[in-house]
Every structure is written in C-alpha cells, then in structure tokens.
Design a protein around this ligand. Sequence first.
Ligand SMILES: [Zn+2]
Length: 350
Amino acid sequence: MPSHHRPRGFQNNYIDYQPKSLAELLRWRREAARAGLPKPPLVPTPTVAPDLAWLRLNAGAGAQMAPALTWIGHSTVMAQLGGLTMLTDPMFSERASPVQFAGPRRHVAPGIALAALPHIDLVLVSHNHYDHLDAASVTALARQPGGAPLFIVPLGLKSWFAARGIRNAVELDWWDSHRVATPRGDAELTLVPAQHWSSRGPRDALATLWGGFAVLAADCHLLFAGDTGYSRDFSDIRRHFERRQTPEQGGGFDIALLPIGAYEPRWFMSAQHVNVEEALQIHQDLGAKRSLGVHWGTFELTDESLDEPPRQLAALREARGMPEDAFFVMAIGETRTLAPRAPLVQKAGP
Ligand SMILES: [Zn+2]
C-alpha cells in the first residue's frame, strides 16, 4: 500500500494531519470575534472586464494558441496552453458551502460568468472542500454546449462525479499521470502531493485524496498547487520532473499557481494553508520561473483581511529584490499571456 494510503482514506507525506477539534474551532471563532477579525479590507479586490473576444479566439487557435492565464477568482484560473483551455477548481457560486443560505459568501463576482466561458476542454479538481469543488459549477460545465470537459480528480472523487451523472472523470493517485492529445502533441497531467486534507461532511475527513497538478505541455509547464501547508512535497515535485525540465528542455515550471490566502491564525491554519512567506518558499523549492498568487480576495475564510495577502507579497518581494513579474497577483477578470516555453537553441559558431 502506498505510504499515503490508509485503510479508510489518505494521509499526508510529512505530517499526520488531524482535523481540528470542535473545541479548537470554537476557540478560534471566539478569539476572532473578540478581536473583531477579519478586519474589512482597505481596498477592494481589483477587477477588470475580461477580454472575452480574445479569450474565445485563443481557445479556438489550436496550435497557434498563446499560453495565457485568466484569474476568475479564488483558486479558479482559466489556463490556456498546449492548445487546450482548462479550469482549475471551478467555483462560480455565491457561497462556498453545502447550502446557499449560509457559509462564506463571495465578495467579488467571478471574472467570467459560467455562461460566457469559451469551450472548456479540461477541469482540474484539487480536492473536495466546498471552495474548490462546487456542485453547481461542475454540473453546469458538464452541460456546456459542445460536450462536457474531461474532469481530472484525486482518488475517491470519481464516484462523486458519477453520482451527478458525470462519467468522463479520470481519478488519479499522487504521481499518476493522464495523457491528453492536444494540437501540439500530448499534454501530460500528473496529480502531485500537497499537504492538506479533504472533507465535505461531518464524518468524511481525509476519506478522498487531495493534491495539486503538474501540466506538461509543449508550450508551457504549469504547476497548480491546490491548497497546501508548507512541506517538503514541493522539493519532491521539483525532483520528480527534473529530468523533463533540464535547461536544454526549457527549464523548470514556467508558471506555478500558488495559494497565498487563508492563513490566519497560524496555530489553526499552518498545517493546511501556507502564508505568503511560505508560498514564496514553495516558489523557490519548485524552481518555478514565475508564480501567480491565488486563493485570496474572493471568500473571507480566515482572520486576515481579504486584501492582506497581496500587500504582504509586495513587501516580501521588495525585501528580497524580486521583480513583480516573478511572483505576481492579477485582477479578477485579468488575462496575462506567458512566453511560450522554448527548448534551448544551440548557438551557431565555433
Ligand atoms: Zn481546502
């Protein structure tokens, strides 16, 4: 049995995660209420109108697609690469909750409405927490015109999709890969470890697997970390792909989507959510060329203000002399294109 498997579920590589007790949860809520946390943000999460015409053209451009990322909000990113248009953790609903009358409410509308999305080829689901696996969003995507996307999910979640009539889900264990044909050759999708947990109900903690995804396409190597605490898993991920990411082959991950929000208070959150400093460490551990900070600014889940993560990121970048471009955030609705990955070209000459 793989070392992260348990008789009934899964466990992390570097800690034995135990969900916080009700007493701890109550202590957190009591202390937060007493301190008046989270404080309201000083500035609203930035938003821009999406360039839908360009995104649709790019989605249909096949081998001519420009690698591009569009932030839809929280951990939902539309990544266009390898001729494919994919979504990470699609979450378009009003509340991250089993019910729509209670639970964390969305502060910013999705950067693109579900109905306005270009055709989605692929959906990557990192784990089953309500802010990452949203039933209404997944069901709507499965009914998109032109056919359902392929859903790639961690072990134990295929049956959740099947129960909703969604048959084209592929379930992966950590380090398992699935190949998808693209206009630019095969893309390889690998579920990679993250330090987190899973749960949708009172008695299913750690029952289904969680993780992140490495997407290796001809024009871009992308790493989506999902939700995670800080661990050595990211050095492991770098080592796992090292032979495919030599300088001659174009180097390491071109872009990493890393969570930078939902980290306070640390005594409660640190095993499951990195803070900004740890996200920067993950960026380094991975050897990523660039990182995009996600999982902030959309749902108020924890004690830090909604606008704190990007402020901390800017301060830490400055203290380390990192360019903005190396680890950036985007406005919700914004698109950034990425330089296509290029194997090292041998220089002519003696
Ligand atoms: Zn989570």
